[in-house]
Every structure is written in C-alpha cells, then in structure tokens.
Design a binder for this molecule. Structure first.
Ligand code: 2AM
Ligand code: CA
Ligand code: CA
Ligand code: CA
Length: 263
C-alpha cells in the first residue's frame, strides 16, 4: 500500500470539501434535529459525507467508509482499510456560529491508525499525521508534548458536567476543575484533539464520543506523545460510542488515577 499516495489524495479531498462547506453559507442550510432536540444535522453534513464517499468509492473501491451520517458502509469489524469520517464535527457551531467546526478523518488499516486529519475549515488550519512520521499543524512539525502539572493545565470539559449526571456524580470532577489552571469547551471533539496535539490545551475529556469524532485526532495526538484512552484506561473502541480522555502523558495518569472513577 502506498500511503504517500493516499495521504496526498486525502489532503486534497479534505481541502476541496472545506471549500464546499465555505461556499454552502451562500446557499440554504436546512437544520433538523436527530433523536434529541439539540443534536443537530444539516443538508450540508449529508452532502459533504456523500461527496467523500462518491470519490473514495470511485478511486479506492476496496476501501470501506464509516461516516456519521450513515451513507457509508456498515462496519462490524475493523479489517481492511477503513476511512472514518465526520464530515462536520461541531454541527451546532456550524449552524450557530459559522465557525469552530472541523472535518475529521482517520484512515485505519486492520485497526491500526495510519493517517489522521483535522481541518478547521473557517480558520483554514490543517492538522495531520502519518503513523511513525510525526504530526503537523499546517506545514509546521508539532513538537512532542511534555508533561504539565495539573495546576498549570487547561482542561477541555463540557459545561453540562455541572448539571446532575448520575454517570459522574461520584467522581471528584469539581476538584479537578478547581485544581487546574482553567477549563475550556470548544464544541468540537476534533478541534479539542487538535488543540491538545498542538499544546493549546493540556487535556480533553468527554463522556460519549463516536468513532468518527476521534479517529483522525487519535492518530495525530499519539504522534506527539499524548495518551488517548477511554475512562477505564483502555484504547477507545472504534466500533461504537465510548468515553474519552486525551492528555499529556503524566497529566493523563493523574486525571485517570485521581479524578475519574467509572462505575
Ligand atoms: P457532531 O457535531 O459531529 O455531532 C460536542 O458536541 C462534540 O460531541 C462534537 O464533537 C459533536 O459531534 C459530538 N457529539 C454531539 N452529539 C453527540 C452524540 N449524541 N454522541 C456522540 N458525540 C456527539
Ligand atoms: Ca452529529
Ligand atoms: Ca462529531
Ligand atoms: Ca458530525
């Protein structure tokens, strides 16, 4: 397999899709809710996923595609080459802010992450990694992450965690929030992963993410030495939803040991 060819192909496809999304703001955007009222999807999410699928199926007919909007393949095993795609990660930001959303793509071969991409479309910021060859922010190679004590760390968490939530009420999350330097919430798991990878924040936690939210970002984060697990400390599952933590190496251990107690 010539991963260099696939890398160049994926990059140009993502840039083209980004252009389509920027142009879409001149068209009508239809917003619908999925099963929950605040879980939004638009015609653009669907169009962009279908654009990727048409191209990939034409040029790499043996590859499979696992996409959020369901136009790709039914994926029940991670054999072969799988493109894990979120056409718009941060749809709520896309609808309400017209910024702070990303295209997220991870290309896996027999469950091994080979190529990872996060494209912050409105900032034209491109993050990518090739397994074993490091990670890049635009054309700049990203340095390896160094540990930061929790007192000097910025942690990405969702503000809904202050509301009653039986999954976390037994965890000392308030203590973690109190001890760290600050918290942030960007509304796109892919962008939070890109920010941890580029050292803008030090950790990011979520109680429920899907494979396409994390597939690209995990590959980028691992290339700079971040630790990526679910809240049980295992490799996140890429066939269904899971909890999620990405953090600098020592900080990851500190968070998992002292603040996360999954029942
Ligand atoms: P999305 O915008 O592609 O739906 C913050 O909302 C982050 O969580 C985003 O990355 C968002 O992805 C994701 N997200 C939103 N609803 C979700 C759900 N029901 N399950 C898993 N991830 C979700
Ligand atoms: Ca969604
Ligand atoms: Ca998503
Ligand atoms: Ca999405």
């Amino acid at each position: 397999m010539d991963w260099g060819v696939i890398d160049r192909y994926a990059k140009s496809l993502i840039k083209e899709a980004g252009h389509k999304i920027r142009v879409s703001f001149y068209k009508t955007i239809d917003v619908e809710s999925k099963a929950e009222a605040n879980d939004l999807v638009t015609n653009i999410d669907r169009d962009i996923e279908q654009f990727f699928i048409r191209r990939i199926k034409e040029d790499f007919p043996n590859h499979r595609i696992f996409g959020e909007e369901g136009f790709g393949d039914e994926i029940e095993s991670l054999e072969g080459i799988i493109w894990m795609l979120d056409p718009i990660d941060g749809t709520m930001n896309f609808v309400h802010q017209k910024r702070n959303f990303a295209i997220s793509l991870g290309i896996y071969s027999d469950d091994v992450g080979m190529l990872g991409y996060i494209y912050d479309v409105m900032n034209d910021d491109f993050y990518h990694a090739v397994k074993g060859e490091g990670a890049y922010f635009n054309d700049e190679k990203l340095p390896m992450l160094e540990n930061t004590p929790i007192e000097e760390s910025i942690i990405g968490v969702n503000a809904s965690w202050v509301a009653p939530n039986r999954r976390i009420e037994h965890m000392p999350i308030a203590e973690m929030v109190h001890r760290c330097r600050g918290t942030r919430s960007y509304g796109s798991a892919a962008i939070e992963l890109a920010y941890v990878s580029s050292g803008r924040i030090d950790a990011y936690l979520s109680l429920r993410l899907s494979p396409w939210d994390i597939a690209g970002g995990m590959i980028i984060a691992k290339e700079v030495g971040a630790i990526v697990t679910n809240m049980k400390g295992e490799t996140p599952h890429l066939l269904g939803q899971d909890t999620f933590i990405v953090a600098k190496p020592g900080l990851h251990e500190e968070i998992v040991t002292n603040y996360i107690r999954l029942k």
